[in-house]
Design a protein around this ligand. Structure first.
Ligand code: PRP
Ligand code: ZN
Length: 287
């Protein structure tokens, strides 16, 4: 029987494209670098990539044209497709915001009462307005939302703000956050067992990478008399490897700790006598 292949839809060209490819490549999946056609097959893992408009991805995954999709939560929520959200991916973080012309005085949500707002995010915006009991008119357009106030189409807009440069170059300022978004992995609701197994393998690799990213391998030297004190400072260091140094009465401690825990106690570590501290990235973490 022919081996099944997991079809993954990613954004054809846009904010998520490179990072989506990077995510898969970081999992050791070899995706040919050749020009982006509609499809590409990985050389060493049973997946096939489809390069699509991000707006179309929810529907394609719902209908089983693709098995998985990588897209922004903003698009996922707007499209309301029947798909599974597998996991957040931690990249392409952005906000869906309301914005007004830079010189406009803005004092709060009441501003929007009776106003016209241009957006491609009609569903999300209408929920937001309803929730906040604001009567505003939504002007649905399919792109270039940021020019709407300048040409008198609307008083404000609701659109994605990532770096903020689009707003800036169009004389607008963000005044209200409607939604915080990041990239997510979605899947079709009826994967075959074989496809589910491929997905599980992929998830295993993604999680190993994610875990590794927040952990660091720490090496430090300390007087033997201070080892207990130092281990107490670093919760992750419950059971470090302790190697004797050539200098009597000193040891080298090795362990993996959460990076943020480490930075919080760095001064105390030094005070406790830690020396020669090295912090190294962890490539993959399988626990
Ligand atoms: C959003 C939005 C702006 C841009 C803002 O588009 O419509 O064009 O990003 O980014 P900035 O704050 O960094 O300037 P998106 O990437 O969602 O693409 P799409 O709507 O064309 O799919
Ligand atoms: Zn889009």
């Amino acid at each position: 029987m022919k081996q099944q292949v997991l079809k993954i839809a990613i954004q054809k060209s846009g904010r998520l494209t490179e990072k989506s490819l990077q995510l898969l490549r970081n999992c050791g999946i070899d995706i040919p670098a050749e020009s982006r056609k509609l499809k590409a097959s990985a050389n060493n893992f049973p997946i096939e990539l489809y390069f699509l408009r991000d707006d179309d991805i929810p529907e394609y995954v719902q209908d089983g044209i693709a098995d998985l999709g990588i897209l922004g939560e903003n698009v996922l929520l707007e499209k309301k497709a029947a798909v599974e959200t597998v996991m957040p991916l931690g990249f392409a973080k952005c906000k869906l915001s309301l914005a007004v012309p830079r010189n406009e005085q803005y004092e709060g949500l009441d501003y929007w009462e009776g106003k016209k707002i241009a957006t491609t995010y009609t569903n999300i915006l209408s929920n937001f307005l309803k929730k906040n009991k604001i009567n505003a008119e939504i002007h649905s357009i399919s792109g270039s939302v940021e020019i709407a106030p300048g040409i008198g189409l609307a008083q404000g807009i609701c659109d994605i703000v990532s770096t903020g440069s689009t707003l800036l170059s169009n004389g607008l300022k963000a005044v209200e956050v409607v939604l915080n978004s990041q990239a997510v992995l979605i899947s079709n609701q009826n994967l075959t067992n074989e496809k589910q197994q491929i997905l599980d393998k992929l998830l295993f690799r993604i999680r190993a990478k994610q875990k590794a990213a927040t952990n660091k391998y720490i090496l430090l030297n300390a007087p033997d008399s201070k080892i207990d004190e130092i281990c107490a400072l670093l919760p992750g260091m419950k059971s470090p490897s302790v190697l004797p140094l050539r200098e009597k009465g000193w040891s080298s401690l090795h362990s993996v700790v959460q990076e943020n825990q480490f930075w919080e106690v760095i001064d105390q570590l030094k005070q406790a006598g830690a020396e020669g501290i090295l912090v190294l990235p962890v490539e993959k973490m399988i626990v």
